[in-house]
Design a protein around this ligand. Structure first.
Ligand code: ADP
Length: 502
């Protein structure tokens, strides 16, 4: 009983639903696109075959005069281009995914190497098969589409034709009325033939839907063929990916090797200057001491000269020590051994500390005015307090070093983008040319201007700044206008409110 009830309830609507689903399936927008694709396949196929045959024939004929080989080589590029077009056309109109025809080539490759890559790619050759088969496929698709759809339309229109035929052939009278001409039709519409033609119409509708399904199936089959012939196979894709990874790793290893060698050259270069200076001054001191011991009064140094020599040795030793510290800091960053103590940090305090450390000396020795601007009520930032002070000292020292006497250096804190705080160190100094702006964060990089000014820096300061700020989860950037000044901005995350110091 229950079965019967369920059956009685579900069977009629499910047949209707099935019919509806079939109708909807056939009348999708995709069916129209499939049909357009199938009908356009013939003219496209004719064009491809004719174009490639023309190139082949011209190339083969002109082989004797030499330029034939060029035409034949160009033909490969042409069919590759046509295949690329076909791949996109098939993906758009037949709504299928087709794997790429090749992996992206290295942009530095020469045109000849790129050409060789195309020739060696198996997809180049399967795509030629695709382009050649497009013509017979187009002919078949066109014939099928036209034959099936015109037959279906003919059958659907059969009863109308029958009625019109009978009506038109049996006009018995044409007469004049008040409104114009009238026609009297005495045609006999036999119920038997009419029923038959109505049956034809129903058959035509069925044939129409069946044709749409058949044409959709044909489009689907062709899409599968396109997937195989116009896209890389899964194996070659995996192989290409593996090759890509290997090449990437090789390039990385080569880069690492090169930067190691560069590092050794740069470090030796940076160490040589202070060591040579220390050696020279110590040797002079030793010679003077020996002269003094031998009783040569004229060789003895005055205490002023002696102090001057010792001051130079002291300064150069400090420079050496700072350089070694910088190198160690970078080495730790490289091996991820930088141990940071990330806490909520009140930026006003750090800015004040840096200001106090730099401002008096800058004013006294260079007449540079330092200003600081920290709006009240700013939330704390997430940072390592000591390292942040080191970062700001570094930026502040640079700002003072690259600003002419009498300039202005400012330290400011402001809200950055959502959830961030920005600390800016700006100066009215010599500035940095646009093409050098990104490079100043590279290790040992110094702008031409600073090299000629012999600032005494080693070009490691900003590299360390970037490493430290990145390790704190922030970022650092620079903007500059040569001759007007530079602005370095450190962006840090705001500390979660639950962790703010009370
Ligand atoms: P250095 O120890 O040479 O200052 P840095 O890494 O700190 O090394 O800076 C790299 C280079 O960036 C400097 O040599 C200089 O050319 C340039 N530079 C850094 N800060 C400034 C600034 N405020 N104004 C102009 N140039 C700067």
């Amino acid at each position: 009983m229950e079965y019967l009830e369920r059956g009685a309830m579900t069977s009629p609507p499910s047949v209707r639903r099935l019919l509806l689903a079939a109708l909807q399936g056939a009348l999708r927008w995709q069916s129209a696109l499939n049909l357009i694709y199938l009908v356009s396949a013939l003219p496209l196929g004719v064009f491809y075959v004719a174009f490639l045959l023309a190139l082949l024939a011209t190339g083969a004929t002109l082989l004797i005069v030499g330029i034939g080989i060029g035409i034949l080589m160009g033909m490969v590029v042409c069919w590759w281009g046509l295949a690329v077009f076909e791949r996109y056309l098939t993906m758009w109109w037949l709504n299928v995914d087709i794997a790429p025809m090749s992996v992206p080539a290295d942009p530095d490759l020469s045109p000849w190497r790129r050409y060789l890559l195309i020739v060696r790619n198996p997809v180049t050759w399967t795509s030629l098969l695709y382009l050649t088969l497009k013509l017979p496929f187009g002919a078949l698709a066109f014939a099928l589409a036209v034959a099936l759809l015109t037959l279906a339309a003919g059958l659907v229109l059969a009863p109308i034709a029958y009625l019109l035929d009978n009506a038109l052939y049996h006009v018995s009278d044409v007469y004049v009325t008040n409104f114009g001409l009238g026609i009297r039709v005495t045609g006999v519409v036999e119920p038997g033939p009419l029923l038959l033609f109505l049956l034809f119409a129903v058959l035509g509708v069925c044939l129409f839907f069946a044709s749409i399904y058949a044409l959709n199936a044909l489009a689907f089959a062709w899409a599968q063929f396109a997937q195989i012939t116009l896209g890389m196979s899964a194996t070659s894709r995996r192989l290409a990916e593996a090759r890509g990874v290997a090449a990437h790793e090789r390039a990385r290893a080569e880069r690492a090797d090169l930067s190691r060698r560069e590092l050794i050259v740069n470090v030796s270069h940076e160490l040589r200057t202070p060591i040579a200076s220390i050696l020279g001054h110590v040797e002079s001191l030793m010679m003077t001491a020996e002269g003094g011991a031998e009783g040569g009064q004229d060789k003895a140094l005055s205490s002023e000269e002696l102090n001057g020599y010792l001051a130079i040795v002291h300064r150069e030793s400090e420079r050496l020590s700072a350089l070694v510290d910088d190198l160690l800091a970078l080495a730790r960053a490289d091996t991820h051994e930088l141990r940071l103590d990330i806490q909520p940090v009140v930026l006003a305090e750090v800015v004040e500390e840096v200001y106090q450390a730099l401002a008096p000396l800058a004013k006294r020795e260079r007449q540079i005015t330092m200003v600081r601007e920290v709006p009240p009520g700013l939330p704390p930032a997430l940072a390592d307090r000591q390292r942040l002070a080191q970062v700001l000292l570094n930026l502040g020292r640079n700002a003072v070093a690259y600003t002419p006497d009498g300039g202005i250096v400012s330290l400011a804190v402001a809200h950055g983008e959502a959830g961030m705080l920005a600390i800016t160190v700006a100066d009215t100094g010599i500035g940095i040319p646009a093409e050098e702006l990104e490079r100043v964060f590279e290790r040992f990089y110094r702008t031409d201007a600073s090299r000629t000014r012999s600032s005494g820096g080693s070009g490691l300061g900003l590299a360390i700044v970037r490493e430290l700020v990145t390790a704190m989860g922030g970022s650092v950037s620079a903007t500059s206008a040569p001759g007007e000044g530079s602005r370095f901005t450190v962006v840090l995350r705001v500390a979660p409110s639950a962790t703010w110091p009370r």
